[in-house]
Ligand binder design. Structure first.
Ligand code: HEC
Length: 131
């Protein structure tokens, strides 16, 4: 919030300096609206372009490495890659394995020991890795 107020103050000064029609209330409002649009746009752009750094592996990932690989890339054509997979999808699958709604003897056994917070950490981690 402070940043916004600061940015708006600076913009109002800028508008005045550039002798834009900011003297009148309507002009000022327009000028500020344009500036807000600009700032919002640039903040949005910066957010969507910045690559997210991969997270570090949670302790519970130690039991996944053997099959799904060190970086979520499996070495076996029957074991799926997890790296870069959608987080909600991974969570849904792990809960389905845990509840036996999805059947695979290996995953059903492993998912038994996962708590909801384990699943949260694991899915955040695997979805952050490069596919
Ligand atoms: C013994 C090997 C093995 C281990 C260990 C293992 N998995 Fe799996 N995992 C599999 C296999 C095999 C499948 C595919 C099951 C199927 O065909 O339905 C799978 C599937 C999955 C899927 C679903 C992927 C998809 O694309 O639908 C997720 C998510 C997953 N595992 C996460 C984990 C996590 C997290 C761990 C560690 C806590 C783990 N696995 C440990 C073998 C393993």
């Amino acid at each position: 919030m402070k940043i916004w107020i600061g940015a708006l103050g600076t913009t109002a000064n800028l508008c005045r300096k550039m002798s834009l029609p900011c003297g009148r209330a309507a002009g000022k409002a327009l000028c500020l609206a344009a500036a807000m649009f600009f700032f919002a746009g640039s903040a949005w752009g910066a957010k969507s372009q910045a690559p997210k750094p991969p997270l570090s592996a949670p302790a519970s990932a130690a039991s996944c490495v053997g099959c799904h690989g060190e970086a979520g890339l499996s070495a076996n054509s029957l074991w799926p890659n997890l790296a870069g997979q959608k987080r909600d999808y991974l969570a849904k699958q792990l809960k389905a394995f845990r509840d036996q709604d999805r059947v695979d003897p290996m995953m059903n056994a492993i998912a038994q020991s996962l708590s909801d917070s384990d699943i949260e950490a694991l899915t955040a981690y695997y979805s952050s890795l490069k596919p």
